[in-house]
Design a protein around this ligand. Sequence first.
Ligand SMILES: Nc1ncnc2c1ncn2[C@@H]1O[C@H](COP(=O)(O)OP(=O)(O)OP(=O)(O)O)[C@@H](O)[C@H]1O
Length: 214
Amino acid sequence: MSLLSVENLTVSRGGLAVLEGVTFSLQAGRALVLRGPNGIGKTTLLRTLAGLQPPLAGSVSMPGEAMAYAAHADGLKATLSVRENLAFWAAIYETQTVEQALDQMNLRGLEGRAAHSLSAGQKRRLGLARLLVTGRPIWVLDEPTVSLDAASVALFASAVRAHLDTGGAALMATHIDLGLEEAEVLDLAPFKARPPEEGGHKGAFDHDFDGAFL
Ligand SMILES: Nc1ncnc2c1ncn2[C@@H]1O[C@H](COP(=O)(O)OP(=O)(O)OP(=O)(O)O)[C@@H](O)[C@H]1O
């Protein structure tokens, strides 16, 4: 079953198309890794899929309220504790998986700590634990392993695998090898947009709202 279907998508930053004709689909139980050099448009594509900016052309289809997006920023509530952060999101998404998320992202022992007092890697683990409490099937992740040590990368890979095993899907922009052998790879180089002088798209607007998490 296809959870996410992207057809002929053109995405832009600063009013200029950066990728055009992007087409792929993501099935339940599958992971897809976006690859491409710095600046090719991975973040722009993910932001567009998350609805933070409109595409210049093309279409994105997915079931309503199916996506959880984790951007570069962890987007934590600094003064709330680890548990309170997760409880907040569990209330928003009406789920009851806080305890499971604490276990899965190895946050036991840190439950009472204010988010602002966590290390960078601990903050990232908390940010990823929020994915687990959303209960949403499509995870869209921008550089999810930044700041994580090898053990935490392995923990994250296990969480993704468990998500796939229960019918979820994951779309990730990452430069590192997550050890998810089953993940497919989409190289974005063929979709690099032509500059306007060569007939490429020139967009009319560029929203720059940087929601950390949806
Ligand atoms: N606010 C902005 N205004 C204008 N151009 C932008 C803006 N943000 C990004 N860009 C440009 O858009 C292009 C795509 O950027 P994007 O961040 O999507 O690339 P990326 O593939 O995610 O890069 P990285 O691997 O470095 O994270 C780049 O050329 C970048 O310089």
